[in-house]
Design a protein around this ligand. Structure first.
Ligand SMILES: *[C@@H]1O[C@H](CO)[C@@H](O)[C@H](O)[C@H]1NC(C)=O
Length: 109
């Protein structure tokens, strides 16, 4: 499926994400972080990509206020008190392994 992006101005920004890999047992929780090196965008996002599928939005985070998408209401906690850095905490359970991606934008669109 091709998604059309309606965008009047797009800019590549440097975002650093860590750790590269996490392995943990069900029942624990893991944290991953993103940092926007050169920008101070207010809107941050986390996506989850299961092998063979496209990225799915977990939720967005702005002004210390997280909004989780349907299906991600529990087990996924977005946090971050600095503008530049944001964090996703995932409660580990069977079948939750995936690639987690982050993004940031200047506007909510
Ligand atoms: C970006 O910021 C991260 C986190 O502070 C740092 O580890 C990394 O080296 C920075 N990357 C560049 C290219 O400055």
């Amino acid at each position: 499926e091709i998604e059309r992006l309606v965008c009047c101005y797009c800019d590549g920004v440097l975002i650093t994400q860590w750790p590269n890999y996490i392995s943990s047992l069900p029942g624990s929780s893991v944290k991953m972080h993103c940092y926007q090196n050169d920008t101070d965008y207010d809107y941050k996002y986390w996506y989850r990509q299961i092998k063979g599928e496209g990225p799915v939005l977990i939720g967005s985070y702005n002004f210390n206020s997280p909004t989780n998408e349907k299906g991600f209401e529990t087990g996924f906690t977005m946090s971050g008190t600095e503008t530049k850095k944001w964090t996703l905490t995932v409660d580990v359970k069977e079948g939750i392994d995936a690639v987690y991606l982050c993004a940031a934008s200047l506007h909510s669109e």
